[in-house]
Write a protein that binds this ligand. Structure first.
Ligand SMILES: Cc1cc2nc3c(=O)[nH]c(=O)nc-3n(C[C@H](O)[C@H](O)[C@H](O)COP(=O)(O)OP(=O)(O)OC[C@H]3O[C@@H](n4cnc5c(N)ncnc54)[C@H](O)[C@@H]3O)c2cc1C
Length: 408
């Protein structure tokens, strides 16, 4: 086995997972991060780690790889409110654990900092505020580059107990969904835009107005956050000897953007490949690419429907739960690369993805940020305008916005 130092570009989840695994195996590891800390790409927003793309629980899986999930805060959920496009609220639930909410950012309890501590404890060296030529790295874990979709959210104080709502609504979240997550007195309302819009904050203001109407939030805004997702499938996951992991390798969920599990899993796979324990290209193609393709097929279908289609999905989900006694079975089915999805894949590839050569000469099939539709133009409500004015005051008083439409 080679003993040369391993260089990793990016100290996010995928890069740190790879670094920890390699350092635990005794390798000298250097992680090069352009920002000043792990998690600095995010700003205290909540994200969900899903438990439906594998039969094993994600935490059991990472324990087997040598990680300690106690290093970061997480809250498990077995039930959510599902808001249909006509505002009906139903509750998918499971007897197990559907997902865990973690916080992204630079505070000690965030998942990014938990993974950072594990990498450092294992002996990896992390170089923050540094630039390194990707050509001089073995593993590329630098996250998304371009935007195929964006998410905008507001973080606030609230008296509401812990809770998660997932809303399918083509007006408030064009082509996608919005969500409300409340953990220990802090809430996040976020809207995801799968069609490119001007004046994106009006979608967030209107979404907040919706949630205020339906939940007793007593919302006191703190800051606004957001980020982008890059949905591109590369032709190869090993290029010129470098392993592409996480979102840098296009390992992202085209349907709803649940990319964290793929990031950690691909980071570990790349580390194993460096150690000679597996072939990265075939591991990724065997376990992750079928999931990503299935999610791309789902996204293709979602792009073709509006609220009527979303309502059918929500109804189907609840019918399936009544029949099978568990709401997670539907989510597992949604992400299953079955025969129909496999047959649809060539159509999706041609119809939704565009071929592109990246700066590092990799070829990818990329989902472009879709254009706005005529139905995306609507007048804000009076409450939406009030929320915008109130946020303006909070901002002038020091409330931070860490992501704007210019970053997309
Ligand atoms: C608003 C939002 C909400 C989301 N919600 C969810 C969710 O609920 N569940 C879920 O599973 N996923 C969610 N995701 C997706 C998830 O955050 C990503 O898929 C995941 O973080 C990808 O991990 P990564 O390691 O590939 O990239 P990251 O975790 O982003 O890490 C990449 C790192 O590389 C660094 N970097 C970038 N360029 C360079 C460079 N040139 N040199 C050195 N370092 C560089 C970055 O600063 C960053 O630290 C969400 C994403 C966004 C934006």
């Amino acid at each position: 086995m080679s003993s040369e130092p391993v260089h990793i570009l990016g100290a996010g989840l995928s890069g740190l997972a790879a670094a920890t695994y390699l350092a635990n195996a005794g390798r000298e590891v250097h992680v090069h991060e352009i920002r000043s800390d792990s998690g600095a790409r995010f700003d205290g927003d909540f994200q969900g780690i899903e438990n439906w793309t594998s039969d094993s629980d994600f935490f059991d899986e990472i324990r087997e790889w040598g990680f300690d999930p106690e290093e970061f805060k997480s809250n498990g959920f077995d039930v959510i409110d599902l808001v249909h496009p006509d505002d009906e609220i139903t509750q998918p639930r499971t007897s197990g654990l559907a997902f865990r909410v973690v916080e992204r950012g630079t505070a000690g309890h965030c998942i990014d900092q938990g993974f950072k501590r594990m990498a450092l404890d294992a002996g990896a060296e992390i170089h923050y505020d540094t630039r390194r030529d990707p050509k001089d790295c073995h593993i590329i874990a630098a996250g998304p580059k371009e935007s195929s979709a964006v998410a905008f959210g507001e973080i606030f104080h609230t008296d509401h107990p812990n809770h998660v709502t997932f809303q399918l609504n083509d007006k408030l979240a064009p082509g996608a969904y919005s969500y409300l997550i409340i953990i220990d007195g802090i809430g996040l309302i976020c809207t995801c835009l799968w069609r490119q819009q001007k004046k994106t904050s009006r979608y967030l203001n209107e979404t907040i107005a919706w949630y205020e109407q339906h939940y007793d939030l007593n919302r006191r805004p703190i800051k606004r956050v957001g980020g982008k997702g890059d949905f591109s499938l590369p032709d190869k996951y090993v290029h010129e000897g470098r392993y592409y992991v996480g979102e840098a390798g296009g390992l992202q969920d085209f349907m709803w953007g649940f990319g964290m599990r793929y990031a950690v899993t691909s980071g570990v796979m790349a580390a194993k490949a460096v150690l000679g324990e597996c072939d990265y290209e075939s591991e990724v193609r065997g376990r992750l690419v079928p999931l990503v393709r299935a999610s791309a097929v789902n996204r293709f279908l979602m792009n073709r429907v509006g609220n009527r289609g979303f309502k059918m999905v929500a109804n189907h989900w609840m019918r399936d739960q009544r029949k099978k006694g568990d709401g997670l079975v539907f989510m597992r089915w949604v992400y299953k690369p079955g025969l129909v999805r496999r047959m649809l894949w060539p159509v999706v590839r041609l119809g939704m993805l565009r071929r592109k050569r990246l700066a590092d000469s990799r070829m990818v099939s990329r989902m472009p940020f879709r254009k706005a539709l005529s139905r995306d133009v609507w007048e804000p409500s009076a409450r939406g305008n009030e929320i915008a004015e109130h946020w303006d005051l909070v901002r002038k008083g020091g409330g931070k916005t860490s992501f704007s439409e210019n970053d997309a």
